[in-house]
Write a protein that binds this ligand. Sequence first.
Ligand SMILES: Cc1cc2nc3c(=O)[nH]c(=O)nc-3n(C[C@H](O)[C@H](O)[C@H](O)COP(=O)(O)OP(=O)(O)OC[C@H]3O[C@@H](n4cnc5c(N)ncnc54)[C@H](O)[C@@H]3O)c2cc1C
Length: 390
Amino acid sequence: MNFEFTEEQKLFAEQVRRFALAHLEKGALARAHDPRFPFDVAKLLSEQGLMGISIPEADGGQGGTLMDAVIATEQIAAVCPRSADVVQFGNFGPIRTFAEYGTDHQKKKWLSECLAGRMVMSLGMSEPDAGSAVTDLKTAARPDGSHYVLNGTKVFSTFSPDAAVFLVYVRYGPGVGGIGSVLVERDTPGFKIGPPQEFMSGEQWCELHFEDCRIPSENVLLGPGGFKKQMAGFNVERLGNTARSLAFGRYCFERAREHASVRRQFGRPLAEFQGLQWKFADMAIKLEGAQLLLYRAAANADKGLPSAYETAVAKAACNQVGFEVAHEAVQIMGAAGYSKSSLVEYCMRRCRGWMIAGGSVEMLKNRIAEHVFDRRFDQRPPKAKSEAAE
Ligand SMILES: Cc1cc2nc3c(=O)[nH]c(=O)nc-3n(C[C@H](O)[C@H](O)[C@H](O)COP(=O)(O)OP(=O)(O)OC[C@H]3O[C@@H](n4cnc5c(N)ncnc54)[C@H](O)[C@@H]3O)c2cc1C
């Protein structure tokens, strides 16, 4: 067992950090408070080879590993937290499931545009009545000749105000086996996008309404029975959120450390008060522990897809640690940390969201408990005898 990066990984991390310092450090605060997708950053990252890091070269990616993508997230976030969203989009988001299962025709049409930083894709999974219980989703895809007709509503889709194409989870038939996914272009007739609404983080999302929206059959990504494959792809997305949570926590830790070294009260630097030293020690313990879980999940990824259990453990740990550390950093920095002129409060708000998004901490703990007891715990109420007999 080796807890060190390889020489190649060290070099890659250094290169990404140097690039971030040269191109992204300036403007980091303004970028964080701009809700629109930063296409300028996406183009820069694309030129630097930081989009599609773990996507095969044949598909226009870099042919690297998931671990490389995690390293890139950490290095970019350490300099410009908001730009790490672009690393997420280009490496972990719906684009990754799309690259895994898309047809050549679909990839030709949309993947190259996304990897070039000219287009952003949004994920339409959650519905008003299907959040954690995602398999309750109702958005229907009904075959009609050479087309499918979509009806339903999606909520909370990140990047939806700017996305040109949407990866939408749909229901072809009853049960989990009836779930799959399709690709829908923004200007498709019958696809209505509501006005932008805002999360606590300042990120925007729109309601997506499908009203007899006709899409060609060639836009089907996964047919009936595709849910398991979607979830395998979604574990990559989860790992991206995991990496960002931890990286944002570390960003706050560093700012608080710098602040405590120079800020003087009662005639001495804050760092000399034991009450604060122990906060830093606790934060360091949490960050180091969660870091190992993140690297384990990324390093053990098989054919680019991490295990569901290792991802669940890493995400639950990093989501909690990221938020706790960011929250403590605000406290240590006092009003300076609470102020919008520092990125620490921004990181804290972002970390709060990842405890809910992409598998809430509670749902991840349900998954972990199933591993612990080696059995499934149905979250649904037991069926009444008459219902079960039907
Ligand atoms: C920042 C952010 C970005 C997002 N981006 C997207 C996106 O791009 N695309 C998309 O489709 N969706 C997105 N979502 C939505 C996200 O997937 C859902 O918020 C998530 O699945 C939880 O669903 P819910 O919010 O409806 O909460 P609910 O499912 O209503 O849950 C409410 C609370 O109850 C808990 N809970 C529910 N069931 C159980 C259980 N069985 N055991 C224990 N606790 C339980 C949950 O953990 C949560 O704390 C985003 C959300 C956020 C916050």
